[in-house]
Design a protein around this ligand. Structure first.
Ligand code: NAD
Ligand code: UFG
Length: 360
């Protein structure tokens, strides 16, 4: 972009779902990117897809942030201007079973990263936080002043990471961080070349719906219809991943300008129930989504949606893509890639899913 400086940005966890989409937005803005990822929850095939989208090879270092020596070497090989830190384990259910693994991966990795940034004089950090730090909110919409509290070990790691970063900002006045609290990212890049590809059974509702539409799963289980919400199903603030990606670019600009530190919610401000989401997906895809109502899921809360006005005020950012676009783009990705990154991209028309569209 004319008149705006371009930077060399280290994208930790850049091969993952949100990271890969953010890489496209960073490249579009003219930034040079270097991904660092251990591919614990992503595929190296993402890199070729990214290359097709951005029109140039994408630099990637395969490394685990838990290895202090590997992170030190990374910062010796490159001169970064800023870091975006997506790398974390994020499955709520798994975090109850393996809390030590979550603390080790998420917190040890972050400590190594922050240490190397400090040693190398890299003073700008954009951090992936989550609405999970609000736990079971007292009221909605949630603003950044809301009481913090977590309902699961994953959430606790996010809160500890936020606090670590905040302490570092206090200790070193030159260090600047943008703490971005995402609500529920869904959707995919409009090309259909990259998208969300969870390993195993999806934990989150949108990839589950996509796999039902694709014929990989029989029906969606809706976790409870007895919440105090308009139709009884859980309400969330779904945000298009490309809107989220753009927010990272503007947050980075904010830090580079030296406007200070930042903690903001990233959501649309609109609560959508599970049933509303299912029906919107059916309209956007032409597929019917069989479902059954089952018991509530442990740790789930009734209603979570953002007050995103602070992000608008400080960053001039607001969402542009609506629920229809989220469903349409999620479905484009799923139908072009029925098995995620496991197989080459299919054309939507010749995909085995085409018949399902008419079937439903
Ligand atoms: P993801 O699992 O798709 O991406 C995370 C990436 O980090 C993966 O590529 C993984 O291989 C990598 N990684 C994990 N641990 C690593 C380590 N120790 N060293 C190097 N690489 C490592 O997840 P995502 O959905 O893209 O989420 C990105 C970030 O956003 C995470 O920090 C997550 O907690 C946060 N977040 C996600 C959501 C969501 O619903 N997807 C919501 C709120 C916050
Ligand atoms: N749901 C179902 N069936 C499913 C999956 C989910 O009915 O198969 C329901 C849930 O009960 C909830 C809604 O769909 O009401 C959304 O659930 P998700 O699992 O998609 O998302 P969550 O809001 O539970 O959590 C997600 C991430 C967290 C993150 C949080 C931020 O998984 O890591 O958003 O708000 F912290």
């Amino acid at each position: 972009m004319a008149g705006q400086t371009t930077k060399c940005v280290l994208v930790c966890g850049g091969a993952g779902y949100i990271g890969s989409h953010t890489c496209t937005a960073l490249a579009e803005r003219g930034h040079r990117i270097v991904i660092a990822d251990n591919f614990a929850n992503s595929s190296p095939r993402v890199l070729l897809r990214l290359q097709r989208i951005v029109g140039a090879p994408v630099e990637c270092e395969r490394l685990d942030l838990r290895s202090k020596s590997a992170v030190t070497r990374l910062f010796k090989r490159h001169r970064f201007d800023a870091v975006i830190h997506f790398a974390a384990l994020k499955a709520v259910g798994e975090s109850f079973e393996r809390p030590l693994a979550y603390f080790d991966n998420n917190i040890s990795g972050t400590i190594n990263l922050l240490g190397s940034m400090h040693d190398a004089g890299v003073m700008r950090l954009v951090f992936s936080s989550s609405a999970t730090v609000y736990g079971d909110p007292e009221s909605v919409p949630i603003n950044e002043q809301a009481r913090l509290g977590v309902t699961n070990p994953y959430g606790r790691t996010k809160l500890v990471m936020e606090q670590l970063i905040e302490d570092l900002c206090h200790a070193d006045g030159c260090f600047r961080a943008a703490n971005l609290r995402y609500f529920n990212p869904v959707g995919a890049h409009p090309s259909g070349l990259i998208g969300e590809d969870p390993a195993g059974i999806p934990n989150n509702v949108m990839p589950y719906i996509c796999q039902v539409a694709a014929g990989r799963r029989g029906k969606l289980s809706i976790f409870g219809d007895d919440y105090p919400t308009p139709d009884g199903t859980g309400v969330r603030d779904y945000i298009h991943v490309m809107d989220l990606a753009r927010a990272h670019v503007v947050a980075l600009d904010y830090l580079v300008r030296g406007d200070g530190n930042l903690t903001v919610n990233l959501g649309t401000g609109r609560g959508i129930s599970v049933l509303e989401l299912v029906h919107a997906f059916e309209r956007a895809s032409g597929c019917s989504i069989p479902y059954e109502i089952v018991a509530r899921r442990r740790g789930d809360v009734a209603e979570v949606y953002a007050d995103p006005s602070l992000a608008r005020r400080l960053l001039g950012w607001r969402t542009r893509l609506d629920l229809h676009a989220m469903c349409r783009d999620a479905w484009r990705w799923q139908s072009m890639n029925p098995d995620g990154y496991q197989r080459p991209t299919a054309k939507t028309k010749s995909s085995p899913l085409a018949s399902r569209k008419t079937m439903t």
